[in-house]
Each structure stands twice: as C-alpha cells, then as structure tokens.
Design a binder for this molecule. Sequence first.
Ligand code: RAM
Length: 542
Amino acid sequence: MLAKKHPPVANLPSARWLALAEALRPALSRNDRWPVRLVEPVADPSAFQGWRLKEVAAAEALPARTIGRGEQVIVDFGEHLVGYLRLELAYVGIAMDAPLRLKLVFGEVPAEVCEPFDPFDGTLSRAWLQDELVTLDELSRPLTLPRRYAFRYLRIAVVATSVNYRVRIAALACERVTSAARPPQPLPPGLPPDLVAIDEAGLRTLANCMQTVFEDGPKRDRRLWSGDLRLQALTNYVSFADTALVKRCLYLLAGLARADGCVPACVYEFPTPSMGIDFILDYTALFPAIVLDYARASGDLDTARDLWPVARRQLEIALAHLDDEGLFVDPKTWWLFIDWADGLDKQAAVHGVLAYAAERTLALARLLERDADVAHLPALAPRMKSAARARLFDAGSGLFVSGAQRQVSWASQTWMVLAGIMTPAEGAAAFRALPALPDAVTPGGPYLWHHVIEAMLICGLKDESLARVRSYWGAMIARGATTFWEVFDPADERRSPYRSHHLNSYCHAWSCTPAYFIRRGAFAGIIGPGSTPADGRKPMAH
Ligand code: RAM
C-alpha cells in the first residue's frame, strides 16, 4: 500500500549513501556441513505439524546405499543451515544409458519434506518453496546447485533412470554461508540449560539471517525489512557485535528513500539496490529508533548525524496522521503492521508506536545536539498521552481499547506501556488481567511477543516475562526448532499469514530476541542454575 504523498525532501544524498552501503558489503564466511543421519517420515499427531522424522541410519550409511526409480532418501543435517548444496553422485549397474532425473526438496521443518507442496494455494509465490528438478546426463562432476537454500532436511527422490542403473550418493555437503563470522560474546554465567538452548537457537536464527544484509528470513523473503532490522540489530549488539552490517543496512534503507523522504519498509539488494513496494507506517516511525540504538551501541555519532535528516523525516511523515487532539487516526492509506493476529484493530497500538517513536527521536536529537530541529516534540508527548487517555482508556477495566469497536488486545496495552502512556502499575495490572479475558486479541507471532516481553519488563513483571519466553520460544525448541519461526501459534501449528504453512519462514529475524533479553541481563537475579522452566518441562536437547 502506498503512503500519503509528502513534498520531496531536497538534498538527501542518496547516491553517496548507497555508495557507503556498497563499501560496507561484508564478505561471507563459508564452512562445510554434512548430514548427521538418514531419516524417514512418521505421521505423528503429537509431533510438530503432524510429522516426526525417525532416524533410520547414521549419515555414514549414505554412500553405501543405492536408490532406484521411485525411491528416495531423506537426510538430516542436524541443525538449520543456510548455504549451497554439493552432491557427488555415481551410478551402479550395467550402464547409465539414460539421463538421471532427481527431485530435491529442502525443508526447514519436517512437513516440508513429508508433504507434497502441490496443489498450492498460498498467497505468495510458489517459487519460494524449495524444490528442484535436476536432470543429469552423466555423473562425473559434482553437482552444485546455483541457488542458496535454507534448510535442515533434504529429500532426494529419483524421479527417472533407466532400468539399467541405480544411483549412489557418494558425498553430500552444504557450504554454510553467513556474515556473522566472529564468535558471539559469552553468555552470562550460570544460565539454566533451557535458556542456553533458547539463546543458541536465537543466535543461530540471527547468524543464518546475517548475510550481505540482515535478511528477514533466508528462505523467504530474503530481504532487508526495517522492522526486522531493529530487533536483529539489538540482538546483534549483545552477541556478534557487528555494527558495520547495521550501518550498511541503515545506509541502504536511507539511500533508497522515496522522493518525499519516506524510507521503504523493505529493500532488495539484487541486481542493484532498489526500493521495495511496501510502506508500513509503524516501521517508518520506528526508523529513528534504529539509528538511536546504533549510535548508542557503536558510539558512531557521525553516521547518526549523517542519517539525522532522514530519521527525523520518518517521524514527521508518521505524525502527519495525528488528529487535532494528537490522537492517531488510521488514514487507511498505509499498511499498519504491529502483528499478524487476525482481526486486530491497530489504532491504539500504532498510537503507542508513534508516541514511542517521538520519544526515541527526541532522544536521538539530544544525543546529536539537534534539539532545535525538533523543538515541537517535548510538547507533543503530553498531548499524545492525554488524547489517548481521554479517548482510548477504559477506566472501568483499566485497559486501553482500540478503534470504533473499542477492541481490547495485548498489542494495545503493550505499545501504550512502551510509549509511557500507560504507567508500569497499570500495565502490570493489565498483563495480569489479559490472560483471563477471552475476547482480548492475543499476539499472533514473535514480533509482537518481543514487545510484550519488553513491556512486561518495564512493568516489573520479570518472572512473568521470563515465563513467557520459556513457554513461547521454549515451546518451539520442544517442537524440534533449532532456529525460531516467523509465526508460531501453539494452538494452531499450521497457522500461516500466507494460507500455507509451507510458505512460513522457520528461521526468522524478528524471532531471535530471547537472546537479546538473556544477554542484556533482563532476567538477572531470577535466573541461575537452580531455576527451572515455568511449566516444569525438562530442558530439551535439539
Ligand atoms: C513479512 C516478513 C517480514 C515482515 C513483514 C511485515 O513479509 O515476515 O519479516 O517484516 O512481513
């Protein structure tokens, strides 16, 4: 959806910014990884999405096997990987007197290698699903596929041979690529094993998304989204500490701003950097927060100063949608994101985002000594607060409501807390009340859950926020995750915003943040070797 047009901003040095971004393109580190076992599908209603992959042999058994027409083998690489596949094949039989046709299916989760992709009814391209047909006339050279894949499982099926030969997989490797080359900073000591596992999956998620930009998901959409970048950058500062990649991404987004100065929600790198077609009001408003976080983490105030004109412009564009009293009113011309929850009314949450963004922008201005540029902001905060409290606060329930239907949601309370419009005491009462309210719209995915955790921490609900990290992200680990997912609804494991659980990304940028909370010490004082998962589950190995 295209945003309301604003007048062009003169003199944004887009070409210089894009050149700076190009100069910061990172080298990728490359390492081979090999399968760890051979598996076969077992339909199991108690397993994630109904499929379990049972070990049938160690990976060492693979070269001794032969596969004939109509047969298949599934290999498990033991963890989620992003990289390039290399296969060495040989034929066994009288002669290779006809080409070999293979089907290769890559899966981030078992369902992708256990279920057919077709008929396909998803709302995004079928081409995101990672299957290939390969036809080979002879097998003397290794087969390297040109495309990069995101996967843990690989199904290799022989579609056609002649009757005179079978196929042997002599060698199989994945060249893993990432720009997260240096080892992460050490974890706080004495962390219980379930949180170590959650941190590890969080960092693997982040590393696998760290390519030549911070991608949202290495399977899909494989591009830089500003909303994802904000959370990836925060986790990166306390782990891989690669501030140069954040800087590159900030310059890419800024360099690709529209004529009116609006930064797109996403950008493409290839063949040349270009602007994505989506504009998300909440992402736009939060751009200055990414610059502020970057400036604080890196100390690089020069870059923040360079980006200041575009940062303040994002807030200006977003605040154009406040009414006379300072309340956000949905102009219906923008994509408002906030979360994937169905039926969520976003007015209150976006109002909270805008107030939060205004506060961050002011903090950035102060850090850069550019207060004069935003002299109107100090007076705006109390206006936005009183408008929200007058028109969106329900004194009876103590909760913020949203839209004409006065909808109650986790999203609204969360962003009102983050904006400082709801007090920590009110927020604590709200977060305690919400689980018992059947009509309150619950979060639809990890992006909003991240903000819920952050808001709970502000409200002093340390134990509750830790319990949520354990019960939500821990539940992905319990279901076999080695990276965290784009969407996860424990009550509906096939839930997808794209009408296809195969299209969901299972290594997704915005889900990596438990590692951020753990590493920044958010749970200090309540975690230690004796602490156990809230639901009494045993920590899972993965
Ligand atoms: C999807 C991706 C991305 C997210 C946007 C809003 O396409 O999952 O991560 O930022 O939606």
